[in-house]
Unconditional design. Structure first.
Length: 156
């Protein structure tokens, strides 16, 4: 007898990280925004085999972060640890994208990003980790203040 499993991912059983925003900057005149945040869980060491490990941000505060392909506009950056005396600190170089169609997306311009940010007070973000054999890991929501992000967008 053969059992076929279309969705064989198991629950990861890992603690859900509480992440807190610390800072955002702009990398030179590029549309790259390094975001620094702290966490009560070492998200870098949660899984031995990862497919991806990113900070995913949505302009829609009610978005299901487990389905990033459903986002029309979003920010995403690879999560990496930062050497710090302040405990568990991480950085993600956020870039903001808009979906063109079901198979392509483009990097947002500063003006496009400003227009989206102007409609809200904060940007909702979560650490999202895809790993082999486990369901998608999602941290708690972290809010990036729009005023901080706009300050950086307006630098160039």
């Amino acid at each position: 007898m053969f059992l076929v499993c279309a969705s064989c991912a198991v629950s990861h059983g890992r603690p859900i990280a509480h992440i807190e925003y610390m800072n955002v900057e702009r990398y030179l005149n590029r549309n790259v925004y390094p975001v620094t945040f702290s966490s009560d869980v070492d998200v870098e060491q949660l899984f031995k085999s990862k497919i991806s490990q990113s900070l995913l941000c949505s302009f829609d505060q009610k978005t299901d972060f487990s389905m990033p392909q459903d986002l029309k506009e979003y920010g995403e950056g690879w999560v990496e640890p930062v050497k710090s005396g302040d405990g568990l600190v991480f950085k993600a170089d956020l870039m903001f994208y808009k979906v063109k169609d079901s198979t392509s997306y483009t990097l947002m311009s500063s003006n496009e990003l400003k227009a989206l940010l102007a409609r809200q007070q904060s940007l909702a973000c979560k650490v999202r980790i895809n790993s082999y054999s486990y369901k998608v890991y999602l941290s708690e929501v972290m809010k990036i203040p729009v005023k901080d992000l706009m300050r950086e967008v307006n630098k160039y």
